[in-house]
Design a protein around this ligand. Structure first.
Ligand code: FE2
Length: 398
């Protein structure tokens, strides 16, 4: 379900929620599927389509994304248009985490396949929404790849040891398992590169759902990641072990080595930069930070927001109080030419006891621990979700 809050002239003008009417959701609602859609992919027969992970605006379109399907286009009223395949140029799954270069408007993304090879594909869509480049990428096994990174010149893949095993279908919540014997590697390639261009650099087995940002540093690539020791190991839902911490990986394609620096031991997830600095060297990151009683994510009693200054390692935490669970903190710049990190962090805060409606909270990103600049009491509880985005007026007007 999508939740939309319209902000204008210092006011919250409206709230609405709408199911993303994939064929699966339409059937569950007792409706007929939307007619005239483009053909579905084989992965959808295997995985269904819940379109529940992210909602992204690009080239005037809104796409609801889940990593095992084609995108589902929705309109600015959050009504579902239907499956979207970039005019027939995408015939396989799309990650929920495409990344757009703010300088060029070019959007890069990948998609993984459980049944393959190829287990990995990479695509580039230009600023006008035309899919202009695709490449099949060789990886040894079908690994669960949730996010990747771009710099101004390169794309970075993380082939980490959570491996799909179709024999686990029906036996586990996800048919994937921790498989450190598969090794772990980071692949670096030019943004318009092909399989032959990828330089793979081994790292210690670990897992990363989300990358804060990445940038070129000479020949090296620097990426800041929320890194877990293991995933889908002792806990079959994947997220019951220890939390992720923020690490800076410096990847050298020349020496094929990755050096790791721990930025902070604070538990972090859902990293968001000031996206005007996306693919460029950044200073600030904004995160959700679970509050745990015994060091395990299973004991988390709530979720705060955190701001990390990468230049100093300094951390600020905005806690919304006992039982409050903040969603992802989305950074919105105060103006187009504001300095990095000068703006707002917007988040939906829910009550763990599910007894009261949720709030949309606006923090001053430069005075992070101060009381919120604004709190919008929503008319409904917004259940805990994954990702959201701020879409400026006019971005969907084409
Ligand atoms: Fe995600």
């Amino acid at each position: 379900m999508l939740h939309g809050i319209e902000l204008a002239d210092g006011k919250a003008r409206s709230y609405k929620n709408r199911w993303v009417r994939t064929d699966q959701t339409a059937a569950a609602l007792g409706e007929t599927a939307i007619a005239g859609q483009v053909e579905d992919t084989i992965m959808s027969e295997l995985a269904g389509n819940v379109a529940n992970t992210n909602i992204v605006a690009h080239a005037g379109k809104l796409l609801a994304l889940v990593e095992v399907n084609l995108p589902t286009e929705v309109d600015c009223n959050l009504d579902t248009v239907g499956r979207f395949d970039f005019g027939g140029r995408l015939r396989s799954s799309m990650t929920a985490h495409p990344h757009t270069d703010p300088g060029t408007g070019e959007m890069s993304f990948f998609g993984y396949e459980v049944v393959g090879p190829p287990y990995l594909r990479y695509h580039v869509v230009d600023g006008d929404g035309t899919l202009v480049h695709s490449a099949e990428i060789t990886v040894p096994k079908p690994t669960m790849m949730h996010d990747f990174a771009i710099t101004e010149t390169r794309a970075i893949f993380m082939d980490l040891p959570v491996v799909f095993d179709l024999d686990l279908l029906g036996k586990r919540p996800f048919p994937a398992a921790w498989a450190p014997d598969n090794g772990a590697r980071v692949g670096v390639m030019p943004r318009r590169g092909t399989d032959a261009d990828v330089v793979w650099c081994d790292i210690e087995p670990c897992y990363v759902f989300h990358v804060l940002n990445a940038f070129d540093s000479g020949d090296d690539v620097v990426l800041d990641v929320c890194r877990y020791e293991t995933m889908f190991d002792e806990d079959l839902h994947g997220v019951g072990g220890g939390p992720a911490r923020l690490e800076r990986w410096t990847v050298s394609p020349t020496s094929r080595k990755v050096s790791v620096d721990v930025v902070s031991e604070l538990p972090v997830e859902f990293p968001r930069p000031d996206e005007r600095y996306f693919a460029r060297e950044h200073r600030f990151g904004f995160f959700s930070s679970p509050r745990m009683t015994d060091g395990s994510l299973g004991s988390a009693s709530g979720m705060a927001l955190a701001k990390v200054d990468l230049s100093s390692g300094g951390v600020e935490v905005h806690d919304f109080g006992p039982g409050a669970i903040s969603g992802e903190g989305v950074f919105v710049p105060a103006s187009a030419d504001a300095a990095e990190g000068e703006g707002y962090v917007i988040s939906i805060v829910a009550d763990a006891d599910a007894k009261r409606p949720s709030d949309l909270v606006v923090l001053d990103a430069t005075d992070f621990t101060a009381a919120p600049l604004a709190t919008v009491h929503l008319p409904a509880r917004v259940p805990l979700g994954f990702h959201g985005n701020f879409v400026p007026r006019g971005a969907l007007a084409r």
